[in-house]
Design a protein around this ligand. Sequence first.
Ligand SMILES: Cc1cc2nc3c(=O)[nH]c(=O)nc-3n(C[C@H](O)[C@H](O)[C@H](O)COP(=O)(O)OP(=O)(O)OC[C@H]3O[C@@H](n4cnc5c(N)ncnc54)[C@H](O)[C@@H]3O)c2cc1C
Length: 566
Amino acid sequence: MAKIEDLGEVISTDVLIVGGGISGLVAAVKAKEESSKVEVLLVDKQTIGWSGKAPKGGGFTLVLTEGEDADDFVEYHVRNIGYYLNDQELLYSWVTQMYAAVEQLSAWGVRVPKNADGKLNTMKCPLFDPRFKYKWSIAGIDLDVLFPLRARARKTGVKTLNKIQVVELLKQDDRIVGTVGFNLIDGRFYIIKAKATILANGSCNYKAKRMWHSGCGDGIGAAYRAGAEIRNAEFGNFFDVHRKDNDGPAFDYTALYNALGENISLRYIPVPRSDIPSELVLGMEKEVKEGRGPIYFDPSAVPDLFKPLSDWPRPNFHNFFGRTISKELKYGAPPSARVEVSVALNAELSPIRVDHEMKTSLAGLWAIGDTSQMGSAIVGAVYSPPAMIRGIGLGLATRSGMWGGSSAARFASQASAPKVSEGEVKRLKEVIFAPMGRTKGFSAEETIYGIQDVMCRVQYNLRRSKERLEEGLSKIEKVQQRLPELWAKDGHGLGKCHEARNIAVCGEMTLRAALTRTESRGTHFREDYPNRDDKNWLKWTIIREKSGKMVVSTEPVPIEKYKFKP
Ligand SMILES: Cc1cc2nc3c(=O)[nH]c(=O)nc-3n(C[C@H](O)[C@H](O)[C@H](O)COP(=O)(O)OP(=O)(O)OC[C@H]3O[C@@H](n4cnc5c(N)ncnc54)[C@H](O)[C@@H]3O)c2cc1C
């Protein structure tokens, strides 16, 4: 029997955090604050400080300021967005703790807009519909947010490793005791033993949009294969209204017109909503199918909802938008009064089930940020981020990082040293490097396109029916049958193969859960079951792997203990 050290680089730590985006960095700092003696290792497949979503766009986060009522926010969310599938207690804790969480970021060195009196300089977010009376405030979090957090983490003794792609979780009986993965540059195999492991490696976005590419569902796939529960996967289908000229979203959905010049927004959304509802996306599809496409956005017909945001005095905001806009002017399509728009999938599948401390259903494993926003049930019947109120993504990543980091550090202070089976590590190494043993077969790109071909289509992933979901699943199964033929010639290619595997498993999860839920609710719309069915479906869907198969069950929402009931 080979010794573990002969198989690769062996590292031991108390707390291992996989993913150095905002949630991972916050968890690392918090774990050290909880106990300075706890050893914390943060690994990322990219470069910590630049990686993940927080440096890509945005950003602002929802906070409640003086006079803004938490119950009012929770009630709005539960009745109009989460449709009673929310964990109302967690939603309440989160929203009441967000102001303090942003102040904590500021104390750690993050530059957030402040007034002369030192208080946060907040504003009300006016995006998407000028008719919607937005009652809650937002605080600014800029694109440089990760640098001060990285500095803080290193100062407190957190160790960091870049370019390590974590692939699988290590188990000792039913407890998670670390991970295995490899270095993307030199291909070296890594075995990381840990008393507590935190997944902070993002949601699944199917590589459909460039700024969302870091979310390939790596943590979701690994947690699922290790036996963790997955919750509410059917709602990971965020379709945004996408401007064809600049690759960004249309920030006012009330100014959408069909080719006949008719305003279609008000046709499909008579009542103002906090964000783009699926009814509008379905309406856009209907217009095009009935010959009234393409759809246009007419910015001149509405007030510039983005202006208050761009006028907000913020340290790094203009830097980013200035560069983006100048690139757009140089290389983009010529400016036009009418901009063609389409629907485009962001997805944001974040379904690892967690409790109020961000513990998963497996001992020794936590999941924070975009890995578990939907799986925490905090947002109910909707994708997350942004959960139909933009500014929830960064906020949940921050707060869940604080909850999860403290909890994992407490656990690691008491836990026994992990024992890792050499046989299991050897088996996983063979599985992970198998694509490098082939010189031809099925490519990662073909796999990803095959899954995108299902998940990016409204007909499978938004306007759902039994027949079409089964058709979509059979297409995914065909792709999955070819996964044993995946091949790679170097570390980067190997990384893509594993991303492709996880993207495939995430697609399957979403469609299987959608097939199970025989009603329509939130962003889950079934043409064959068009109504909400509170009698039978105040339930969460739960997915687990059993003997290599994906099994979906349901669990009643404990609505009796929650404040807001249908
Ligand atoms: C363009 C854009 C604009 C946005 N604007 C806003 C906004 O204004 N307000 C808001 O609240 N939210 C916004 N969001 C969402 C918000 O940025 C995210 O919710 C948040 O950053 C998620 O943080 P995270 O740490 O959980 O995950 P991520 O930022 O996705 O970080 C995950 C990290 O894990 C690493 N990783 C992934 N797989 C592996 C692996 N196998 N091994 C090792 N490392 C791995 C990645 O490299 C990455 O560094 C926006 C997102 C985008 C893309």
